[in-house]
Design a binder for this molecule. Structure first.
Ligand code: SF4
Length: 468
């Protein structure tokens, strides 16, 4: 495509002449990248300005999109507007988590199980977590379920950005995507890809995380959006950012809107400027380091049916439900307790874990007399957006005789803990960090027991023999 173009108007009124400097690390709170944080400070501040948007840019971009858009399952959603709205909603929330190729599989499994918002509303949180497992940010999965219940209760899918914003978990970005793509409302969307395209089209060198800059992006997106094909235009902007206008290797020679791109114009005038200088790169704040003792507790026998969710009287795993608020809210995990950085040695970790388990069940458990095997399995580091969690994993196999029953009776709220068999652990929606912990313990046990009878829990005597 020819590169003879006119430089677009710079919204600041003065063209940047120097390469933008890197910003200082932002405080942690502003670095918890969430697409919905890219919200307009004054929604609709430039309503009516669309008439002044460059019509040529719209038509060139739409023509390119019509020809080159990727064939993605959520773009094939059939049925009425509400079915399409549901498809857009699910896909957009998933796309906030990870890359398109990963989302495709999750999306198809999700829609096969819950093809309508009504079917999703009838699901349980456990089922949703199970389906979501591995995507991260489980809060979003919870909001999808709560939002579906809200919509079903109301009787219809909201159609405007303001009514969509009333649904649990739907922010300005998702509201704009649903309203424009499913209901063809002439409203903009601004995600990371759109930020990149706009910052290059207008050579905006300001910090894209700052609220005034964010507001400016929304204003410009609102000015650009095609009033007749808003959904396609918004998808085209996102598609351009996800494909040709990439972070590090933009394909400007193929770009349908290169003649409007001010960053490209500047780079051609001044060799010290590159289009990849836009948007400004804001270094992420260093994640906090946390440390945790995790104990995969396996109960060998002495079980009563009512305390299990499986009909096996074999080996059961103890799972604890996290609090309903905060990190990984409401998800199941193996007993996990945070420890201070200076107390990560085995003795201190075991002491912390024993205290935790004793406190959890409100009784003196006398673990030692029942422990068949207790071994360190290894470490696993899990990175959250703002936390680097080092988990020290141990495996503990215990024989409680009638202890499990007693433990559950001591626990007032039985929804906070459960004992599950191996096949349930394999299939349930554990977080990727806890799944890794489970696999570590399993691999350790398989290796350790490989010289004994397969599948047999080691006795103390056998354990001593194995150690020799
Ligand atoms: S691909 Fe190149 S020309 Fe097109 S918007 Fe991005 S930086 Fe500008």
């Amino acid at each position: 495509m020819a590169n003879t173009r006119k430089a677009a108007d710079n919204c600041s009124g003065r063209p940047p002449t120097r390469r933008p400097r890197r910003a200082k690390a932002a405080p942690a709170a502003s670095c918890s990248a969430d697409i919905e944080d890219l919200a307009p400070a004054v929604p609709g501040a430039v309503a009516g300005a669309a008439a002044a948007a460059p019509a040529a840019l719209r038509s060139q971009l739409l023509r390119w999109y019509d020809e080159y858009r990727r064939d993605l399952p959520w773009r094939r959603a059939s049925g009425g507007e509400e079915e399409r709205a549901y498809a857009v909603w699910v896909s957009e929330v998933m796309l906030q988590q990870t890359r398109v190729p990963v989302v495709v599989g999750y999306y198809e499994r999700w829609m096969a199980r819950w093809p309508t918002v009504r079917s999703l509303a009838a699901a349980t949180q456990e089922e949703v977590n199970e389906m979501w497992a591995g995507l991260g940010y489980y809060r979003r999965a919870r909001f999808l379920l709560e939002g579906a219940k809200q919509i079903v209760e109301k009787g219809e899918f909201p159609r405007t950005t303001s009514t969509l914003r009333e649904v649990r978990g739907i922010g300005d970005y998702t509201a704009g995507a649903i309203a424009s793509i499913a209901f063809n409302k002439a409203v903009p969307v601004v995600d990371g890809n759109v930020v990149r395209v706009i910052s290059r089209l207008y050579a905006i060198a300001d910090n894209p995380k700052e609220s005034t800059t964010v507001k400016r992006f929304w204003e410009l997106a609102n000015r650009l959006v095609d009033p007749l094909r808003s959904g396609d235009f918004n998808q085209a902007m996102m598609e351009l950012g996800a494909t040709l206008c990439s972070k590090t290797k933009p394909g400007c020679s193929e770009c349908p809107v290169s003649r409007h791109c001010q960053a490209l114009a500047l780079s051609e005038e001044n060799p010290s400027v590159q289009v990849t200088d836009f948007p400004l790169v804001v270094p992420k704040a260093k994640p906090r380091s946390d440390f945790a003792a995790v104990c995969v507790v396996q109960v060998a026998q002495g079980l009563e049916k009512e305390v299990t969710d499986a009909n096996s009287n074999g080996h059961l795993f103890l799972l604890i439900k996290r609090p309903e608020e905060g990190l990984l809210a409401g998800l199941w995990e193996f007993p996990l307790v945070l420890v201070d950085e200076g107390k990560t040695d085995l003795l201190n970790r075991r002491k912390a874990m024993d205290n935790y388990l004793t406190k959890l069940f409100s009784i003196s458990m006398g673990w030692k007399s029942n422990v068949i095997l207790r071994e360190d399995v290894g470490e696993h580091i899990h990175i959250f957006s703002h936390i680097r969690l080092t988990m020290y994993v141990e495996l503990m196999i215990i024989n409680l005789k009638d202890g499990v029953d007693r433990l559950c009776k001591m626990e007032d709220d039985s929804t906070k803990l459960k004992f599950v068999n191996e096949s349930s652990v394999e299939s349930m929606g554990l977080t990727s960090g806890i799944r890794k912990v489970y696999n570590m313990a399993k691999a350790f046990k398989d290796k350790r027991l490989s010289v004994s009878e397969k599948g047999q829990v080691p006795t103390r005597k056998r354990n001593r023999q194995l150690k020799k």
